[in-house]
Design a protein around this ligand. Structure first.
Ligand SMILES: NC(=O)CC[C@H](N)C(=O)O
Length: 431
C-alpha cells in the first residue's frame, strides 16, 4: 500500500523543524523496495547510499552514531525528537579510567541519520554543538521531517532495506534503479574499522587481556580497564595463537556487517579454543565469531534488534548472571546464531531473546573444562541499561582465578554498582 507514494509530512512542507526556525533544503529518502519519503536536509549536504535500519533507543543518539557497528547504515530513530541535548566534546583522558574519547569512537560511523524532527535548539551542560553541525563536520547527511513511524513499519514488514538519501537538487530526482543501491553487507566492513596496528590501553593493569578489534566500542575498553585490566587491542585477523601465552584472557569485540567476512578469525579462534584453557568473552560480533568457531551457523535476521530495551532470559547461571532472570539489554545487530538441536558438544545456550526467541548468548558447559562466553547484546551499554555490566567483572574474576589460582577482591571504587533484585528499593504495591 506504501509503494511508489511520496510522503510529505507537515514539518517538511513548513520548511522548518518544530524547534528551530531555519529553512532547510529538501532531501528524499528512497528505499530500494520502491517507497520514497520527502523531508528536509540537515548536516552534510551530500547524497549517500546505505542499509536502512531502525533503532528504538530513546536516548544516546551520540553513542549510537559513533558505534562502529553502524558502519554503512542509514540509521532511523523511532524516537521523534532527536538532537535536543546536542553533542558533547569528544575528548577524554587516556588513563586507567578512560580511553581518549567520551563517545564510542572518534567520529560518526553511520552513513546517515533519519529523524522525525531534528532539534536545532539544544540544551545540556556538556553540549558543545548541535546534532546538525556535528553531522556537517563529519560529512554525514541527515533527513528530518519524515514519518519515521511509517518507515519503521515498512522496515519491520519487509526487513532491513537498502536506501538512498538524495539531498538538495538531487531530492527531486527519480529514485535510483535497483542496481544502483550500494549493499554494505557485501563488504568486509570490519577490515575498515579495526585497528591496523596493535596498541595498549592501561598497560599497568594487573590482568592482561588481548582484545580482537572487530570495531570495538570505547565503552568495552572502558569497562575492562576500569576493572583493572591492561588491554592490548589487536587487529581482527591477528594471529593471537602466536602470542597467547602473554595474556590472561581473550576478548572479542562488536563490529559491523556480516560475520561470514570474518571466518578467518573464527577458524583461528577454533584452534585457540582447542589448545588454550584461559577465559574467552565475546560481545555481539565477537559472540557470533565464538559461535562460528564452536560450529554454529550465523544467519541474517529480518530487521535485527537495535535499541536499549531488549529483554533476554538467562537459561544458565554463571557469575553475576542467574538462570531464570530476565535482563534488559542494549542491542545493535542484524545477524544471529542459529539455534540447533543438539548444540555442539561442550556448548550450551546462555540467553534467549524474550521477544523473538533468537539466541542471545552461548557458553561452554561446565564439563568442557573451558571458560568461554558470548553474548549477542551489549553488557557495556553506552547507551542503555546496566543490568548485565557485571559480566565484565565475572570475566576478569575468572582471568584472575586462572592467573593467581584464587579469586581476587573487586575494586568497588571503580566498578559502577547496580542493584540486584534483592537489594533494589522495594516499591509498595497497593493491594
Ligand atoms: N554490534 C555488533 O557487533 C553487530 C554484529 C553484526 N555486525 C550484526 O549486525 O549482527
Amino acid at each position: 500500500m506504501y509503494r511508489k507514494l511520496i510522503y510529505i509530512p507537515r514539518i517538511a512542507r513548513g520548511l522548518a523543524t518544530s524547534s528551530g526556525s531555519s529553512i532547510l533544503p529538501p532531501a528524499t529518502l528512497h528505499l530500494k523496495s520502491g517507497q520514497s519519503f520527502l523531508g528536509r536536509s540537515f548536516g552534510a549536504p551530500k547524497s549517500i547510499y546505505g542499509e536502512t535500519v531502525f533503532s528504538t533507543s530513546i536516548t544516546s543518539y551520540t553513542e549510537s552514531m559513533t558505534d562502529p557497528s553502524y558502519r554503512g547504515q542509514i540509521l532511523v530513530f523511532t524516537t521523534p525528537l532527536i538532537g535536543n541535548y546536542g553533542v558533547p566534546l569528544n575528548t577524554a583522558p587516556s588513563d586507567a579510567h578512560d580511553v581518549g574519547v567520551v563517545l564510542e569512537s572518534q567520529g560518526i560511523q553511520c552513513a546517515a541519520v533519519v529523524v522525525s524532527d531534528v532539534a536545532e535548539k539544544f540544551s545540556h551542560y556538556a553540549a558543545a554543538e548541535s546534532l546538525a553541525s556535528w553531522c556537517q563536520r563529519y560529512d554525514v547527511p541527515g533527513i528530518t521531517g519524515v514519518d519515521t513511524r511509517a518507515i519503521t513499519r515498512l522496515l519491520r514488514d519487509q526487513g532491513t532495506t537498502l536506501g538512498r538519501i538524495s539531498v538538495g537538487s538531487d531530492a527531486s530526482l527519480p529514485a535510483p534503479n535497483a542496481t544502483e543501491f550500494w549493499d554494505p553487507s557485501l563488504e568486509n566492513l570490519v577490515d575498515q574499522v579495526s585497528t591496523k596496528e596493535p596498541y595498549e590501553v592501561n598497560p599497568s593493569g594487573s590482568i592482561k587481556i588481548a582484545l580482537l578489534d572487530f570495531g570495538a566500542k570505547a565503552n568495552i575498553l572502558r569497562s575492562l580497564i576500569r576493572r583493572g585490566a591492561a588491554v592490548t587491542v589487536l587487529p581482527w585477523n591477528y594471529d593471537f595463537n602466536a602470542v597467547r601465552d602473554q595474556y590472561d584472557g581473550l576478548f572479542l569485540s562488536n563490529g559491523p556487517g556480516d560475520p561470514m567476512h570474518c571466518m578467518e578469525a573464527a577458524l583461528k579462534l577454533r584452534r585457540t579454543l582447542e589448545e588454550w584453557t584461559k577465559p574467552v568473552f565475546g560481545i555481539c560480533m565477537g559472540h557470533q565469531i565464538i559461535g562460528m568457531a564452536a560450529g554454529l551457523d550465523a544467519y541474517r535476521m529480518t530487521f535485527g534488534n537495535r535499541g536499549h530495551n531488549q529483554p533476554v532470559l538467562a537459561l544458565a547461571s554463571s557469575g553475576s548472571i542467574k538462570a531464570g532472570r530476565v535482563y534488559v539489554t542494549s542491542q545493535n545487530h542484524q545477524y544471529a546464531l542459529k539455534l540447533q538441536d543438539p548444540f555442539p558438544r561442550g556448548w550450551e545456550p546462555f540467553f534467549i531473546n524474550c521477544n523473538d526467541s533468537s539466541i542471545e548468548g552461548i557458553k561452554s558447559t561446565a564439563e568442557s573444562g573451558k571458560n568461554v562466553w558470548g553474548v549477542q547484546f551489549h553488557p557495556e551499554s553506552a547507551g542503555g541499561p546496566l543490568d548485565t555490566i557485571e559480566m565484565f567483572s565475572d570475566f576478569l574474576t575468572e582471568c584472575a582465578a586462572h592467573k593467581y589460582g584464587a579469586v581476587p577482591q573487586k575494586n568497588d571504587e571503580t566498578v559502577p554498582q547496580m542493584h540486584t533484585f534483592e537489594s533494589a528499593p522495594k516499591i509498595a504495591v497497593a493491594a
